[in-house]
Design a protein around this ligand. Structure first.
Ligand code: FES
Ligand SMILES: [Fe+2]
Length: 452
């Protein structure tokens, strides 16, 4: 399916003709073990401390991971602190065209150099004042006479590797890691027309989740649960005809595309007016003057038309060439291990999922909205992150709009899943061949890293 086909493009019926649930051959292989006690993915990986420790060594210290957006650090000295389990990095712009990631620990007695982001012209430890230049060289040791045994030149701040793609800053702790360019596999090619580098963070909300980071992510990469967990969207969301893609030899990337502006195939006889009304109810983006479906027109076509108008107006640029799919659909990718960027324009989300410190049964989930920048630079500064605690709801962050209700529904389930997996007498979870193929693919890659 060509998501970026320009108008006049194929209708959604044409796009999906013969393409509903096109289970790839690789998924049709007979399962080796059927029955009540079979499991595709072990349960312990969601709560075992041993498993968590192995992920720290083999995933978090080996894989490229999203640390910041470039617009968070536009000027020299701007930095953010990126924490992952016990590791911490200062991701800092050290020159107009250079970003580095320093290990956030003083080389005197280990004090964290920075506890939060900001702008500095040097990195000075708050304990005894050892100070590093932005290029990482040690410049000041107060009372230097007492450190004749310290070779300043050997006291550069240790660094992680840094790579930039799509306006995202990635870091990797492994000095021998594969280059970001090859790690990203087919992602840059697929995002060529989505221009994530021309977006800015319009909303950013994080929440402490009551579950392992993988469980949280898995709830957002399949539409199989939508009819039960989010019944309110069924009038305008294609759940069972969502397309899932995993590709041979592609380790880190998977995709799903859910059409919007059409009812779920499981609902019959839904009039176009109801699809429009329910989508407008849940997505304020489509509010405003009435949307009327004329003879020979579709709800999806009219909603896409409204989306193109609104997107064009909000960013001050003609976006009338966007396809219906780019304007409306949920076009969602995964980048192993923990980033979930979306390509479309009406729902321009990126998720990130991380362990919450050293606790395998708690995680930090983030939702970012990445709206297109205005060509004249009149778009707002990047949004400050709202941090929600374990007892708060996503709905406590009004900037998320209707996405908050959906995320709250998922969070309620995730708490039950985390507890239920502990209570289970079954060795693990059973996955659908097609609709949960991205989860299966994720765990194949995870297993490969853990056994490397
Ligand atoms: S611990 Fe940093 S200067 Fe002493
Ligand atoms: Fe969900």
């Amino acid at each position: 399916m060509d998501i970026t086909a320009r108008r006049p493009g194929p209708s959604v019926q044409e796009v999906f003709a013969g393409d509903i649930n096109p289970a790839p051959d690789v998924l049709r292989a007979e399962s080796p073990a059927q029955g009540q006690s079979s499991a595709d993915v072990s349960a312990e990986r969601y709560f075992s401390k041993d498993w968590h420790d192995r992920e720290v060594e083999k995933v978090w210290r080996k894989c490229w991971q999203l640390a910041a957006r470039v617009e968070h650090i536009p000027n020299v000295g701007d930095h953010v602190v990126y924490d992952i389990v016990h590791d911490s990095l200062i991701v800092i712009r050290t020159a107009p065209d250079e970003v580095r990631a320093y290990v956030n620990s003083c080389l005197h007695r280990g004090t964290m150099l920075r506890t939060e982001g900001g702008c500095v012209n040097q990195l000075r430890c708050p304990f005894h004042g050892w100070t590093w230049k932005l290029d990482g060289t040690l410049s000041i040791i107060p009372g230097q006479w007492d450190f004749p045994h310290v070779n300043k030149d050997a006291m550069r701040l240790p660094e992680a590797k840094v790579g930039i793609w799509g306006g995202f800053v990635f870091v990797n702790f492994d000095p021998d890691c594969e280059p970001l360019e090859s790690y990203l596999e087919n992602l840059p090619e697929h995002f060529a027309s989505f221009n994530l580098e021309d977006r800015y963070v319009a909303a950013h909300v994080a929440k402490i989740m009551p579950c392992n980071w993988k469980l949280a992510m898995e709830a957002f990469v399949e539409a199989y649960h939508v009819s039960i967990a989010h019944p309110q969207v069924m009038g305008y969301y294609g759940d069972t005809n969502t397309q899932y893609d995993v590709w041979p030899e592609v380790r880190h990337v998977s995709r799903m595309i859910s059409v919007q502006g059409v009812p779920s195939p499981s609902l019959k006889g839904i009039p176009a007016e109801r699809t429009i009304e329910e989508m407008r109810r849940d997505v304020p983006f489509f509010a405003g003057r009435p949307i009327v479906v004329g003879e020979g027109e579709t709800a999806r076509g009219k909603l896409a038309e409204r989306a193109r108008e609104k997107i064009s107006r909000s960013i001050g640029r003609d976006m009338s060439a966007l396809s219906d799919s780019e304007s409306l659909d949920l076009i969602e990718y995964t980048l192993f291990p923990n980033m979930v960027p979306w390509g479309g324009q009406a729902l321009p989300i990126t998720y990130r999922f991380r362990p919450n410190g050293d606790d395998p049964e708690s995680s930090i989930m983030e939702i970012m909205f990445l709206f297109s920048k205005a060509p004249d630079g009149s778009h707002p500064a990047p949004a400050k992150m709202t941090m929600l605690g374990p007892d708060q709801n996503w709905s406590d962050a009004p900037e998320l709009g209707s996405a908050a209700m959906v995320a709250d529904q998922d969070t309620d389930n995730l708490m039950r899943i985390q507890k239920g997996l502990r209570a289970s007498r079954k060795p693990g979870v059973t996955l659908a061949r097609y609709q949960e193929s991205r989860i299966r693919h994720f765990h194949e890659t995870l297993d490969a890293y853990l056994s490397a």
